[in-house]
Design a binder for this molecule. Sequence first.
Ligand code: ADP
Length: 663
Amino acid sequence: MATPTITHHTHQADAPPSAGLSPWSRFLWEAPLLLSIVFTALVVVWAQDNDKLEREALRQSVMADTLSLEAQLAARLETEAVKLRAAATHLPPAGADPDHQLASLPEIAAGLDRRWLSVVWLDANMRVVAEARREQRPGVQSQPQAQGITLHLIAPTSDERRPPNSQAGGQLIARYDPADLIKSKDFWWLAAQYEVQLLSGLGEVIVSTESPGHVARGETYETPFNAVPDARLRLTQRVRQPHWFTTLPVVLMAGFLVLISVATLLLRRQMNQVIRAEAAWRTEAAWRQSLEESALVGLHARDLGGALLFANRTFCEMVGYSVDELVAQGPAFDDLVQTRHDRTSHPTQRAGHETRWRHRDGHMLDVMVFESPLVDGAGQQVGWMGSIVDVTERKRLEELERRQREVLGNHARLSTLGEVASTLAHELNQPLTSIVSYSAGIAKALEKQAGTAPDLLMAAQALSRHASMAGGIVHRIRARLARRELVLEACNINTLVSDAVGLLQRDLNRAGVSVSLSLDDTLPLARIDQIGIEQVVTNLLRNANDAMAQIVPPRALTVRTLLSVTPPMGRAEGWITVTITDIGPGLGGRDIETLTEAFFSTKKEGTGLGLAICRSILESHGGVLHAQDVAGGGACFSFSLPPHTTINEATHHDNGTHDLPMR
Ligand code: ADP
């Protein structure tokens, strides 16, 4: 079963949950981008700084390498110069074949084998005495002639060995290739890293380790090359140090920034969608709340288990409970308000059903309940949505209308009956008066006469009593028709009840009804219309007797009088109450309103006026008539007379006439 997604809320709690995103949280989505930019800026600053330091270190290193190379080259040339000077020192006087003589000198031969391209012996007049060349050396591979400029080492020949007639100042000149010097394998570690160049004083490249077209672009340093006059030595890094912005971290950071920007853009789009959806939701919630608040129809939603999820204001007002109170009840919430249990029978169509509910204060209301399935976003049923219309007022008006129609019909019948009653009362008055006086005369005569059978005497007396009662009734009917006032007199209700039972004793005996009387001795006297109330009691006794005719004996009747201490039927204390309880078939759920309707009767020959007249008589005293079924079978009729009819009350207000109820 899907869990209902509706949140219950009262009408107050139905307000939108918050006033929206705070300005800070609205821009929170930009935070990752801003942090990334700051981070990237820091990395750039660091990279620049680092680059500067590295360049400085590199410059130092190039400078150190240049100076070191210059020192080593100078040392090497100095060694060569020393060796040339040594050769010049050991130079023999020029003979017949000075060239051979020169070439065969061991120092010269070693120099040619090593580095010297040629050695020239000049005399003091700068004439060539002899010359030895490298290529003349046996076993020396003839090397390609040195390209470009060659350099010289000069050493003066010794004075002692100078020819006697020659001028002083002869010299040995050794020619060497500076490229050979620079490209020496001894400096391979430098050559791998740098382009090494020897420059003339004018800046021309005398010799370079690179082929002519190649240009090294890296860090460079120049220093004077003291071993050769006016020359300079230059070292240039073969590979240029990459710029800081082309280093891997910076490239990675740039890529990262691009990705973060794209992600932020997507996030922004998503945020906008969420904000739009939220705004739409707020509007909808506000509309829904207004609808719920303004609806005159009660609305409630409950889950499939019956627990309340939501209720609107009208619903709460209908039943007198707050939403929280109803929700706290769980699935049993409708026990509070329902009088019937029909919550399991949910209709599948929108027909609705009628039921009766109880308000918190106890009053009943008739409602129409329309229920339809409550579905969630996925279309799955999660409960029931009910709309409830209070039809109490409508039903009351309908009932009133029905009664009025009935009353109109009854009115016509009553007026006819009134005519008949008037005629009958008029016509019967005279003969009844005669019967009363004759029967009284007979009874008196029989009393005086000795030896009269007691049965006869009793019958005559009963005849006299019944006749005078019949006369009283006819008299009252005439009085009613003439709209005369009630005749109020002090009366003991207990006596009145006993007399009424006595009057019907014979009928009751015949029907096998046992009567039990329970009379309250403390009852005060009452100021009532005695004949009227007696008529009420006999009518109720007669009805009980008639009702019990339908059951098999034994039949029993209980008559009680009491002064209500605990208020009966919600009456205040001090009311005189008479109850007549039988064990007949009961009222079949009919209420007093139905029973006292004029002409309502379930008897074949009933008039349906008895109870109506009783009620009218009682109400003219300010009293009430009540009827209810007795648990276990039977009916209990009771009437109560208000305290102001009791004799110890100083005043009474009842001077009205009583009519048949025209409801
Ligand atoms: P009637 O007696 O002419 O029918 P009433 O007004 O006296 O007229 O009574 C109306 C109806 O009330 C009766 O027809 C009967 O159905 C019902 N009734 C009255 N008293 C009793 C009772 N004690 N037990 C059962 N039903 C009763």
